[in-house]
Design a protein around this ligand. Structure first.
Ligand SMILES: Cc1cc2nc3c(=O)[nH]c(=O)nc-3n(C[C@H](O)[C@H](O)[C@H](O)COP(=O)(O)OP(=O)(O)OC[C@H]3O[C@@H](n4cnc5c(N)ncnc54)[C@H](O)[C@@H]3O)c2cc1C
Length: 488
């Protein structure tokens, strides 16, 4: 079909509000939260349900056009950034919570529902949705599913994969596949398990079914104030080793605290602290009382100068709003923020945080830290200005070195933000060519022409050679929809 005719057909399916083609309309979709990498999509498609999604995907399949699935675009690894000539398929008009079933403790939602909206809706039934990324006021549940996202409460409750029960899925050909069977352990192959965390490579989730959890009887929020970041990290390593189970364990360092306290998210964090530990403990009233007592003893041993406990729900919300607004607050330091993301072994938190700090100092970069310490998800945040090409070069170099240092010490190249485009060619740091070829097999089976999110996550060739470029910056032109070999 000729391009104008295809555009006309897509506009007929989606309506004018669901089909964006002018440059100003498409500009907001040229990158996700990793602003260094940008590419304008050919068109932006915003279907309002599964059927519209399927019709569009079938047409795009006929024309061999690649698709970058997209939720809110809060991803930080370039996952939703389109490839030249491809379209963005966006879920933000699919925002209906279809059902909350308090008896089965499940929710069925469209993929574009914002994470925080589900928790708000579930609260009315005494339930909550546990995975709570710090971006939860904006990110979609479809994006969470595709990234297997975590959040502060992932330490106790786990990532998205622990809570997803089903998905309505549209494959690369536009066929609808119903994986919403309400069984705890469905018969046959765990296809859902393969799709969660697949970063948009296998198709499009349009509806999802999630487990909901009863709101605990009691929750206490603690703030422990430390004279050094190292002491805060060591206390986390120790409390995990001793089997303690707070529901959330977050660390914020001095630069982050300063930025938060000067922003609209000011939470009352102390200005003289080098680091604070923000924790939730939940359970029955007795369990919480015992756990808080044990934690406070341990934190004191590790040199906590002061420990506070939120005295009201309002104070608790404020302490958490400060944490969740921390990335926004860092906008005070520089126009751009590069959020590094690595998974550190939890017994080596202090060591790897220090290495990241040293790398940034050596490259003359401003680095702050705020992270899910309990999960070992480190986020050295580098403030920079992307208009300054030398700064961009140093930021990328720092990101690369931090990743290498973490992997060398037994960690992972991503903690929770995914591989996307940013880290694709670093996968060979952790995997052999054989491993990577094996990981590519499901893709060959589910999308043989690799039109779904091409160029993301899996390096099919050239990984080691690409890494030798220093600093590594994925060039968009190299990925014009032709990544990997077409077995046909
Ligand atoms: C301030 C800030 C804080 C953050 N905090 C956290 C955190 O605490 N924990 C965490 O894990 N992440 C965090 N993130 C990263 C990001 O918010 C998550 O990865 C989130 O899940 C992305 O959701 P999204 O809707 O924005 O997806 P997008 O960025 O639009 O897309 C992310 C990926 O999912 C794919 N995708 C999106 N929707 C679908 C769909 N319906 N079907 C198939 N594929 C799809 C895209 O192709 C892309 O590969 C944070 C980001 C920011 C900016």
């Amino acid at each position: 079909m000729e391009s104008n005719a295809l555009a006309k057909e897509l506009r007929r399916i989606l309506g004018a509000e669901g089909f964006l083609e002018s440059v100003p309309q498409r500009l907001s979709y040229e990158s996700d939260g990793l602003g260094i990498l940008r590419e304008l999509p050919q068109w932006v498609l915003l279907p309002s349900d599964t059927e519209e999604t399927a019709k569009c995907m079938a047409l795009l399949a006929d024309e061999g056009i690649s698709i970058a699935p997209r939720g809110a675009g809060t991803g930080l690894s370039g996952g939703a950034t389109p490839i030249a000539g491809g379209v963005s398929l966006v879920t933000t008009r699919m925002r209906r919570i279809l059902e909350i079933d308090p008896e089965n403790r499940t929710a069925r939602v469209q993929a574009g529902v914002i994470n925080a909206e589900l928790t708000r809706a579930a609260e009315r039934h005494g339930l909550f949705y546990a995975p709570d990324p710090s971006s939860q006021m904006a990110c979609t549940l479809g994006g969470n599913f595709a990234e297997n996202s975590g959040g502060p409460h992932g330490f106790k409750y786990g990532q998205t994969s622990r809570h997803v029960r089903g998905a309505l899925w549209v494959n690369h050909l536009g066929e609808i596949i119903d994986l919403t069977e309400p069984a705890v352990d469905p018969a046959g192959l765990d296809v859902l398990g393969l799709l969660v965390g697949s970063e948009g490579m296998f198709g499009m989730a349009t509806e999802l079914v999630f487990d909901l959890i009863p709101i605990p009887e009691s929750t206490e929020t603690l703030l422990a104030i430390f004279p050094t970041l190292t002491a805060a990290c060591e206390s986390v390593t120790d409390l995990i080793a001793k089997g303690m189970q707070p529901s959330a364990i977050e660390i914020l360092d001095r630069l982050t605290i300063e930025a938060v306290e000067k922003s609209v998210f000011a939470a009352g964090y102390p200005s003289d602290a080098e680091a604070v530990l923000l924790m939730d403990v939940d359970g029955t009233a007795n369990e919480v009382c015992d756990e808080v007592h044990n934690l406070q003893k341990l934190l004191k041993v590790h040199g906590a100068m002061e420990q506070r406990s939120a005295s009201s729900e309002e104070e608790r919300r404020k302490l958490w709003a400060g944490r969740k607004g921390a990335y926004g607050a860092m906008g005070r330091s520089a126009p751009d923020l590069y959020v590094a993301d690595v998974g550190a072994p939890r017994m080596r938190l202090a060591e790897i945080v220090q290495i990241a700090t040293d790398i940034c100092a050596e490259l003359d970069l401003l680095c702050s830290n705020v992270f899910h310490a309990g999960d070992g998800n480190l986020h050295p945040n580098i403030s920079y200005d992307r208009r300054d090409s030398d700064q961009v070069r140093r930021v990328l170099l720092a990101g690369q070195r931090i990743m290498e240092a973490c992997v060398e010490r037994g960690g992972s190249l991503t903690g929770e933000h995914g591989v996307g485009l940013e880290k694709r060619d670093h996968m060979c740091l952790m995997f052999t060519d054989e491993d990577l070829a094996a990981q590519d097999l499901p893709r060959q089976a589910l999308d043989p022409n690799r039109r779904m999110n091409p160029g993301k996550m899996l390096p099919v060739r050239g990984c080691r050679e690409m890494r030798t470029r220093s600093p590594y910056l994925p060039g968009m032109a190299e990925y014009d929809g032709q990544y990997g070999e077409d077995p046909a």
